[in-house]
Design a protein around this ligand. Structure first.
Ligand SMILES: Cc1cc2nc3c(=O)[nH]c(=O)nc-3n(C[C@H](O)[C@H](O)[C@H](O)COP(=O)(O)O)c2cc1C
Length: 371
């Protein structure tokens, strides 16, 4: 595991190793989407000297949320809660970026102050269901309702919400922000033709479809400067009923244009994953992965999705990515970088406690030396 433990600069992030914690929604905020003691402890446990954590999808607006008890970053209480998380990670010598999230048509009115979901076009995410807590009596398995198409003036309001959230993340002390443009959420809904049929400047041509993504990134870099903004994409993703007539063209265009943004990194989910699940290989059509996008994007790439430590090392040695993010393995191995480095056994993850609940199956997995 040699290459995984070599240092690297990703924009302005100075990393001591290449084992990154992938963003993972765990639905354990306190009421009002405020990170509390439970989350402070969870992220503290996963921080490592010079390592990078990507905090979970965090709502930028009270009107667009998909998961009960997912955190937000649009008011003072949420910002203060995140500041405690950030401080605890920094005290361990770790770094942490916040994933900024607008779910668009994958929002539930019950969690969004009654607002109907908004999207580029009024197109339903078929067979896409809310992820519920085990005990919340209802969101799990609820279909997302038909969204309404955004007015151009409302798109400006959303850009403004991204700007304010990015500023709050900065004020909370984060090391950067990652735009969630993967897994069928709003930026990807604009990009792909299965979810965007607009004829105005936000739809039609490739440049128009990508406009929202790049406008959000320019808002974020206006707040943060270069080298501290990142973006996550899932170029072969189908989660959220996403489809497109030519994903390879869309994502190679995006990857090439990202060279001009001055990102910290481009984060790519590999084709073998759909949202939080392994992918059914029969639906594995025309995959676009880091390997292909490397030819278009010349900066730092994080690859994520189904990695074992061996596969991660191989990917780095093949030069197909610079950093590897681990999702599920980090849930049950708080000291994952050390376990990989020293070859300690890995604790299997517990799917039943992924979404919602208390410390059980969340912050009660011991580090190897405590076990
Ligand atoms: C419980 C859980 C929650 C997740 N939440 C998010 C999220 O908030 N944002 C995101 O971009 N991906 C999310 N994902 C996807 C992971 O970041 C990652 O891409 C996926 O788990 C595949 O990586 P792995 O095979 O290492 O687990 C989630 C995955 C899991 C298992």
């Amino acid at each position: 595991m040699n290459k995984l433990f070599t240092p690297l600069s990703a924009g302005k992030l100075r990393l001591q190793h290449r084992v990154v914690m992938a963003p993972a929604t765990r639905m354990r905020s306190e009421s009002g989407g405020v990170p509390g003691d439970l989350m402070v402890e969870y992220y503290r446990q996963r921080a490592s000297q010079g390592g990078l954590l990507i905090a979970e999808a965090t709502a930028i607006s009270p009107y667009a949320n998909a998961y009960a008890d997912a955190p937000g970053i649009f008011n003072d209480a949420q910002q203060a809660g995140w500041q405690r998380v950030v401080d605890s990670v920094h005290q361990q010598g770790g770094q942490i970026v916040l994933q900024l999230w607008h779910p668009g048509r994958q929002s539930l009115p019950e969690l969004s102050q009654g607002h109907q979901p908004v999207a580029p076009s009024a197109l339903l995410a078929r067979e896409t269901y809310g992820v519920g807590k085990r005990d919340d009596g209802g969101y799990a398995g609820k279909l997302f309702p038909l969204p309404r198409a955004l007015l151009a003036s409302e798109i400006d309001e959303i850009l403004d919400a991204f700007r304010l959230s990015a500023q709050r993340a900065k004020d909370a002390g984060f090391d950067g922000v990652e735009l969630h443009a993967a897994n069928g959420y709003l930026p990807e809904q604009f990009l792909l033709d299965g979810s965007n049929q607009r004829q105005d400047r936000w739809g039609g041509s490739l440049a128009n479809r990508a406009r929202f993504l790049f406008d959000v990134l320019s808002v974020l870099t206006a707040v943060w400067g270069s080298g501290r903004v990142a973006v996550r994409i899932s170029p072969s993703g189908i989660y959220g009923d996403m489809h497109d007539s030519d994903p390879a063209a869309k994502f190679s265009y995006v990857a090439e244009k990202l060279n001009d943004v001055g990102l910290a990194y481009l984060h790519i989910i590999e084709p073998r994953i759909v949202g939080p699940e392994d992918r059914d290989s029969t639906r594995y059509v025309d995959p676009v992965a880091s390997r292909q996008l490397r030819a278009f994007y010349h900066g730092i790439i994080i690859a994520a999705g189904g990695f074992t430590p061996d596969a991660a090392e191989k990917m780095l040695l093949a030069g197909e990515a610079d950093l590897i993010a681990f999702g599920r393995l980090f849930t049950s191995n708080p000291d994952l970088p050390a376990r990989i480095r020293y070859g300690y056994p890995l604790t299997p993850y517990q799917r039943e406690t992924f979404f919602g609940g208390d410390a059980a199956g969340y912050s009660d997995f011991p580090a190897y030396h405590q076990a």
